[in-house]
Design a binder for this molecule. Sequence first.
Ligand SMILES: Nc1nc2c(ncn2[C@@H]2O[C@H](COP(=O)(O)OP(=O)(O)OP(=O)(O)O)[C@@H](O)[C@H]2O)c(=O)[nH]1
Ligand SMILES: [Mg+2]
Length: 387
Amino acid sequence: MKKVVIIIPTYNEKENIQKLVPLIENEIFPELKKYDMYILIADDNSPDGTAEEIKNMMKKWKNIGLTTGPKKGLGAAYIRAMNYAVDEMGADIMFEMDADFFHDPQKIPEFLKKIDEGYDFVVGSRYIKGGGIPDNWGTHRKILSLIGNLMVKGILMRFWIHDWTGGYRAIKKEVFLKEKSKLSKYAGYTFQVAFLHKAVADGFRITEVPFHAKDRFLGRSKIAPAEYILNLLKYVTVARARELVHSPFLKYAITGFVGYIINAITLEVLFRRGFHPAAAGAIGAELSIIWNFTINNFWAFGSYKITHPLRVLLKFPQFNLVSAGSLVIITTVLFIGTHLFGEETRQLFLILAIGLFVIPYSYTMYNIFIWKRWHVSSLSKLQKWVG
Ligand SMILES: Nc1nc2c(ncn2[C@@H]2O[C@H](COP(=O)(O)OP(=O)(O)OP(=O)(O)O)[C@@H](O)[C@H]2O)c(=O)[nH]1
Ligand SMILES: [Mg+2]
């Protein structure tokens, strides 16, 4: 039987855990017969006596664990607790859950159903159908929460996960073991976004479960919003910049830029020899196609390189077909543009055609059809994102 450990970080949450732990033990766990259910409290030496309260409860319920340590932040508490859960308790699956009833414990079985379906990381989400933020939150808090999430989604360019900043999750131990060495520097709340982001980047199977968050009615909040937002912004911008530098996109863009110069020079030379701008642009585009295929194959998409001569023979016409799309775009834009605004605008319209239409179109096509870097699963994610 798989062992599940519900990790609850606490700092001065005595009043809350007095209610939360019995509720989970009496009302939730008895329903979950397929799993071996445990609770682990990660307390940071709370002065209010949270740990003593837990020690009392441990006499009544044998499936409760406690790890204590100095207060270094939420992320540090989670890392310590997850290590403890895996090493000392033999956890297969771990939950993250706040002590203050922000996370409705009735949802635990729904998370486990998703784990049963084969997901590695289940994210509790306030921003999907069936979920919600606390009804009594003022406009200020609502906006802060929305902006925080939008910022993460927008900068990381990952829109199919709707709640990045929450802390209600079910995670297989394999995900934690793979990511933990990269997480030790996130001692505070940023840990949550960093953990999810690294799991996404490593291709773990991720899904969401909706939940309606409830505002705390006991105890005090520990989060410092301004510091949190700033740390978050720092994390997402640095992470995204790293991703861009390491992704094929930059190399693709450089290759394409040189291709553009080849295209532009050909356009200019042939135009001055009496060619129609559309025809001159088309010939230039054809030359840059050959350049693009060769350089992208060995450089930008080097890890998906097509080397077998037969496959090159098969792929090159395919690449031409894809590029015919670019050719049609460039020709059409140049034709319409120069027709409306005069032949002297030809270079401007070449740039517009490439920047606005050719780049998104061709990068997508290369990734899906030519070098097959994006698979069906990421396609369905893309669809979710578009939808
Ligand atoms: N062990 C430990 N737990 C912490 C620490 N900081 C926060 N927590 C716990 O993490 C959970 C979330 O913290 P909250 O203060 O509720 O943060 P929040 O939910 O963003 O803020 P509120 O909406 O005001 O409740 C609670 O269970 C806290 O007790 C910490 O430094 N160490
Ligand atoms: Mg809270």
